[in-house]
Design a binder for this molecule. Structure first.
Ligand code: 5GP
Length: 191
């Protein structure tokens, strides 16, 4: 097991509905030592890529993306979830269905902060069905930028997102891939 898998095994809590809670170190309280290890690991895995921007989505991607930003030495932009009423022509916008809340959000980035010269590393905490990632990818493409890679903390390998994103040809680097989990026994199996 790597450092993240060990932490998930120790502190992760399995909830019904295929939800893994990692509030004690990632989604509520944040372990910055752990985030540093994650940033360093992504830096290694994306070595040689001309990354000049990190893109994530609010809220829970922001912390890990910021720490990763110190390893890539680049700005971090987070896509905002917004009510359609706020949207004007100065933003790139897409729609994302939330896995955890089962709602659809319009997600946007100002045209000021994403453009054709950007070589983007997308970072997020979880990959489940891939809706959040597909939304972020489409924002980069709307802006005419390039997706250089995707860094995920925890991929739930038993859901379809990882396969969909890899089939699209992206370099997807998930630091822990959960192959199965049992909310009755608390058992977690990693790929
Ligand atoms: P997707 O769009 O890939 O279906 O879901 C990814 C998003 O849903 C992530 O940004 C994450 O916030 C949330 N998410 C999906 N599955 C889980 C989970 O098991 N636990 C937690 N804490 N968040 C999840």
């Amino acid at each position: 097991m790597n450092f993240l898998e060990e932490r998930i095994a120790k502190d992760g809590v399995i909830k019904p509905g295929n939800v893994l809670k990692v509030d004690s170190f990632l989604n509520h309280q944040m372990d910055i030592d752990l985030f540093n290890k994650m940033g360093a690991e992504w830096k290694k895995r994306f070595e040689g890529k001309p990354i000049n921007k990190i893109l994530t989505i609010e809220a829970s991607g922001i912390g890990i993306a910021c720490v990763a930003g110190t390893y890539f030495n680049c700005p971090v932009v987070f896509a905002k979830k917004a009510k359609s009423i706020n949207i004007d022509g100065d933003v790139y916008v897409t729609e994302v269905e939330s896995f955890t809340h089962k709602t659809k959000n319009q997600v946007l980035v100002s045209k000021k902060y994403l453009n054709k010269d950007d070589h983007v590393l997308i970072i997020d905490d979880f990959l489940a069905n891939g809706c959040a990632l597909q939304g972020l990818i489409s924002l980069v493409h709307e802006a005419g930028g390039t997706v250089e890679g995707i860094g995920i903390a925890i991929e739930k390998g038993f859901q379809i997102g990882g396969q969909v994103i890899r089939n699209l040809g992206y370099q997807l680097e998930s630091l822990a891939i959960v192959e199965g989990m049992n909310d009755e026994t608390g058992e977690i199996i990693f790929r």
